[in-house]
Design a protein around this ligand. Sequence first.
Ligand SMILES: *[C@@H]1O[C@H](CO)[C@@H](O)[C@H](O)[C@H]1NC(C)=O
Ligand SMILES: *[C@@H]1O[C@H](CO)[C@@H](O)[C@H](O)[C@H]1NC(C)=O
Ligand SMILES: *[C@@H]1O[C@H](CO)[C@@H](O)[C@H](O)[C@H]1NC(C)=O
Length: 402
Amino acid sequence: MAQPHSTPKPIFTALPSSSPILAFITFLCVSGLYIVYHPTSNTSTTPNRNTPTTTTLFLTSSNNYTISSYLRDLTLHPHLAGTKASLETVKYVENHFKGLNLETHNVEFEALLSYPGEISLDVYLSDGVVRKLELSELGYSGRVVVPYHAYSPSGSVFGKVVFVNYGREEDYRVLEALGVNVSGCVAIVRKGEVFRGGVVVRGSENGIVAVLIYGDGDRFNGVERGTVMKGLGDPLTPGWGGVEGGEKLGWEENEVKKRFPKIPSMPISAENAEIILGSLEGVEVPYEWRVTLHSKVGGVGAGPTLVNFTYQEQKKVVKIHNVFAVIRGWEELDRYVLLGNHRDAWTYGAVDPNSGTAALLDIARRYALLTRSGWAPRRTIVLCSWDAEEFGMVGNSRCSLY
Ligand SMILES: *[C@@H]1O[C@H](CO)[C@@H](O)[C@H](O)[C@H]1NC(C)=O
Ligand SMILES: *[C@@H]1O[C@H](CO)[C@@H](O)[C@H](O)[C@H]1NC(C)=O
Ligand SMILES: *[C@@H]1O[C@H](CO)[C@@H](O)[C@H](O)[C@H]1NC(C)=O
């Protein structure tokens, strides 16, 4: 973490300096007196340092019951960054740190996030049947944000579907060699090792007009939401941490727009993908693709199946919150050991991020036990609970640049 270079909020500034000389003299007097009366012991103002006893206390105070109760509280509802539900979770973490008497900071700032508006996907099968696909997971419509890709542009496309395997450049070369013209088509891509944002960009470079990504062989029929933005951090402050009142770019500037894909995209379930893939015809799926493929794919296309995919993006500048607990070091006050995890969760988030946050809260509880016994770490420890990570490390980037 770099030291602040402008005049940021005083999160990591030194101790308050109300008459330091007087305090120092008082300290000398008190410790002098103390040493006189307790010649062999330490001074009372020196914090307890790490000893086998503090280490044992820290390790044995680990507790599954507290962690599981934090996890339960955190997973009661999703908390998408910038929403009211998210604010409740901010308060939960902040109150936890404060309740432990830890020095707590709630650093709030604005960032450009992206939410879904109207979304629809209609499949036009070759026999004339039109199917309007249900996009939310069964039973979760309205409770969890509809599956979407943050920073996907709005768009409505009506075109033939083509299956492009993992959507890598080599996959497009295979299709080209097979004589498949993907230009003007909607691509269905199986999720692989490649970052989804890169998959969308590669699609548009190859003439694709929209991208639908699914998890091949996903037995749970889950849908992977996520960002398709290129790079990390608030798109309006590319490469620097947006401090309050600091420089920000406009939405329409090139530096901002080049971080978003040019064509719309969306994640879909394996079941929905199969409805479309099973109805494709044309060239047979190449053997190399087929050996690891779980879904039934009629052919790579293009077509005859058509889809009408409509996506409406809502960009918003919203308040997001990084919450910190600071435990001051006794020797190297200005050196920080950061322990952190993001807090925002688009769905229930029991694994990512809430299990990590539950562990972070329990570590805070255990450090508080030690500080109550007079212990202090050698370097300053900062427990960090970052916001808006799922949008592209928006809160995390802000912290590390601060
Ligand atoms: C916590 O639960 C795990 C898994 O059940 C177990 O291995 C571990 O010993 C438990 N720890 C404590 C401190 O109870
Ligand atoms: C590929 O398809 C597009 C859109 O239908 C068309 O404009 C283009 O001429 C086709 N290219 C070839 C090589 O057939
Ligand atoms: C595609 O769907 C959108 C949203 O329902 C609709 O407004 C549009 O007219 C449709 N386009 C076609 C070509 O059917």
